[in-house]
Design a protein around this ligand. Sequence first.
Ligand code: ATP
Ligand code: MG
Length: 198
Amino acid sequence: MSSRRIGVMGGTFDPVHHGHLVAASEVQARFGLDEVVFVPTGQPWQKTDRVVTPAEDRYLMTVIATASNPVFSVSRVDIDRGGQTYTVDTLRDLRVQYPDDDLFFITGADALQQILTWRAADEVFANAHFIGVTRPGYRLDDDHLPPGKASLVEVTAMAISSTALRERVAGGEPVWYLVPDGVVRYIHKRGLYRADHD
Ligand code: ATP
Ligand code: MG
C-alpha cells in the first residue's frame, strides 16, 4: 500500500471554532491530504495563566465539530497520555498508528514562530513536514525554519480565536456562526465559559 498523507492539527480547542476548521480544510485541499487528525491537548504548558476546560469537554466539542467531514478525525493520544503536551510526543504516538504515512503538522503562524524552542525540535522536524497557516494579526516569518521542512500558506482570514469566544460567552454575547451549531449547544448544555464560575 502506498503511503498516505496525514494532516495533524494540534490545539487546545477550548473551544474549537470555524477558524480551525477552515484552516484544516484549506490545507487538506491544497496539500492533497487523505485525512486530517485533530489532536486536542492534555494540560497545555503554554496556558498556565488560566484554567483550561476539562479535556473530555474539549475532546467532545472537537468530535462534534468534525463528525460530518469524512476526512476529519479526532485523536485522543495527547489527552490519554495526560500532563503537558509536547509535540514530540504527539508525533511519536501518531507515528505508531501511521507507521508508513507522511505526517503534516498544521499549526498557526503564531505557534510556528515558537517552534525552535520546542522540546526535541530536531526529532519533531524529522517526523513531520510543518505547515504554518496565517491567521489575522500574525506576520509570517520563515527566516529561522529549517529549509524544506516547513511550508507557509495563507488561508482565508477568519478573525476568530478561542479566547474571544470564551469572552463572548462570559459576556452573554452570542457565538452562533463562529463555531458549529452543535458546539454552541454543547457549550450551553455544559455551562462552559460562563462568568459565574471558572
Ligand atoms: P486561544 O485563543 O485559547 O489561544 P486559539 O483560537 O488560538 O485559542 P488553539 O486551540 O490555540 O486556538 O489553536 C490551535 C491551532 O489553530 C494553533 O496552531 C493556532 O495557531 C491555529 N488557529 C487558531 N485560530 C485560527 C484561525 N482563526 N485561523 C487559522 N488558524 C488558527
Ligand atoms: Mg492559540
